[in-house]
Write a protein that binds this ligand. Sequence first.
Ligand code: RP5
Length: 277
Amino acid sequence: MNTIDQLYSNYKLHVKSRTRKHASYPERFVVPDDKVKWDIAFPEYAPIAFNAPVVLDPATPWADPQDIAKITHPIFSFEGGIKLAANGLPLNPMGRTGICGRGVVGKWGANFAADGIITTENPSTHQFQVLTITRKDTGEIAFPGGMVDPGEDIFETRNRELMEELSLNMADLADPLYEEIVFKGYADDPRNTDNAWMETTAIHTHITYKKALSLKLEAGDDAAGHQWTDITQDAVDQFYGTHGYVILKALNQLIESNPHLVDTKTIELYQHFFGRC
Ligand code: RP5
């Protein structure tokens, strides 16, 4: 199986939501791959209930009331209609996670984020590079991104997060070679639970190497560091959440839709990631 198909398969089974131990979470009930989907019987399934104190605190502005009957916003998902459990709580669209409740995630159901994928192509090494931050919570590399605030559209969220996490003004990326929304859906995030999960929209912006070198970047309070990350097998395996799969999806789409923007040597170097011959 090539790299993008392997990462997609892990994504559909939300391997990180089931197996990554979040620092503040109890151990998850073990959910084998063949018992992930809700319509497969798993009578012994006994997920651990966990709601972090911060989401239970009525003063936390971004968290729902614990009593789901009191929420005033609609619950919807990019993945389609949401099934409800017998107790009325929304069910994770990818299936079981081994934890019920909200964990550290504020809203019942989907919690929406936006991510900025800024890439360039190194003309000497023929490697794609992506602008990443080091997350403070897990130490993993990730796209700059964050939760969509009330009233914001995803571009506003992306722009705000680039400023907060990298001191990067989108105006400095004016006239990119390419910009597209490349992903909208479930995020396989280690904070996900059976009843509360992350979904994201990722915007891919591809820029010249000259422009990438000219950017003045500084990690903000939300990030422990920043770097241009070479897209290698190791890197895609080490990304936070779904970001490894999403970066390959973005680059595959760039090559397919705009091959003239990418050096042929670079396309050859990345063939095995995408399964092209
Ligand atoms: C991920 O969590 C999303 O893709 C996004 O990058 C991130 C948003 O959460 P915070 O960075 O605000 O914690 O699933």
